[in-house]
Design a protein around this ligand. Sequence first.
Ligand code: XIL
Length: 632
Amino acid sequence: MNSTSYLLGRRAALLLAGVLASLSACSNDSGTATPDDSVDPSDTPLQVSLPNPPLTPAPTPADEPEVEPGEFNTVTGFTVVRDTGERLPDEITVELTEADFLAGPLPPVLQVPADVDQSVNAIPYFEDLEDQVAIAGQVLEVLYRPIDPDGGIPGMFPKKLLRNAEFRDNFNGSKSLIWLPLQTDVGIHEFTVTAIDPGNALYRTERTIRIKVIMPEDASSIPNVAPEFVEFLPHTVRVNDPVVLELKATDPNGAVPLIEVPDLPVGATLVQHPRYEEIAVLRFIPTSAGTTSIDVLARDADDASLSSTTTIDITVLDAVDFVRPGARLRALAAQRDLPIGFAARREFYHLPDGALYAGIAAEEFNVVTSENTLNMDVINPLPGRYQFADIDNLISYARTHDMQVHGSALIWHQQLPEWMLNSNPSDRRGHMQEYIHRVLGRYVDDVSVWALVNEAIGENGGMRDSIWFQAMGEDYIEIAFRQARMTHPGATLLLNDFDIAIDGPKADTLYPLLDRLLAKDVPVDGVGFQLHIWSDFDQFDEVRTNFQKVADLGLEIHVTELDVSIPALGNSSDQAEVYRQILSICLEQPACRSLKSWGFTDRYSWRGQYAPLMFDDSYQYKPAYEALQGEL
Ligand code: XIL
């Protein structure tokens, strides 16, 4: 993007000279051979150099995304790419092993409230519960009869049912787990039931059994069941926009269902998803308004007579139904010199209504940030494995529509890959530096502002006990900023957090932290205020004062994740007023350099049930939108 404008950031300019000197040292991934200082007097700058040799492999051409054919997405203005190879799951869960099963039954977990005298009231328990071996295709039945030594019949409830299992009441004080495991259930499972004392509902015993499902000798003895569709929600789209529907069916027998659309819409394509074999992608362009109902059929791969059907409802509206009055936010904000943006949902171009989403957002905003495409579990799910397609696409989108890209939440305690969570603390500094270097380095020309360190402050003040803090103490912040500055000297680097705009323990922690960092010339350019707030918010004076305190330190202010949730008794005009006030505070503060909302349509908000954004879930503007227009 525009790589000159952010050099105007005051601290960035001051620091640039010093940084250029160290630049040549970090032009490649192996960094310099300078060893890190192991002991640092607290007020001298930490020496930052990348691990040499690297701790994990840097990206190679094999990690480069490939072009995705147009049939798979709603994009018309740029070329979409996709990661090659199998997509790694966002959360790699640890599966139970044979050894876990062989280790024997888990002990009961007792919950004894403080007011219980165990010599008078004994805890309920389960008798005769054992781990089980089940055979795929054969019904497993396990009887649960909790006993209360004091007499009476204990209640009970299961924690989470196994796929398609039933926890049946026998109406005699006992219940039965009834389960017909099939091929996809082969493996080791846990099933937990809690028994409740009849006299004290908090006095409980929790029992977990393990169930090992094995294949029968004769696989053909397993009943073949029909495939199941994954529920598809109705969507609203716009006439003449491409629509993509990812149709997914699963077969508990483990076969891949065949997906058919008997009445294909005119001009539609139906193709196999490139990464998930159980998904078929239907793409079409509706040319007139109305409701389209598309019948979809999933046929069993082994028995064509076994099938399931579902109907997908799409409401097509005319373009005029999405027109907003007045001028667009980005045009108005440009006149006030305030970049205005939104956080884009990961892979928005694979949503059914992705074209409408991308279209409205590009008309309204000149900054796009990444809601969840830059999280470490997405980008670097395994050592040496990289998934850049989502963020590359976001950047292409921004380029097509002349928007800046702001990077979000690079070093955070959440959405971390399993391998990083399990990494040796003494290696973590190196991993962190490598990650920063590889990601910022890749996007030097594309991403101008980074919410580099996210949520470093604990919920009740003090430093958050994250995996980064555990490994490096507070120094991790300094190291992260120094590494980022070395890799991308022109970027605006932010410390980002929530609940720091209002007075309280988090703000009380922020300012001394900033003082410590600035005293050591740590290249922090600004503070990102998330501002996930509620429509009854009224601490505007505190926001104003906290912004001023940050400005007085010579730092920039960015409103990074604004959304205004509506509680049960709230309403959208109060919400509009909160949006207006926050924008007004930003406009009156010269150090406030961007305002981004965390999404723009309630349909795809992380807090969708509280309708926190300025468009509703059918993309209609809300009072908050008009309030922003008015204020700009
Ligand atoms: C949220 C995203 O919006 C969700 O989609 C995701 O499931 C969890 O994270 N503070 C942050 C953001 O810094 O990264 C969080 O985003 C919201 C709170």
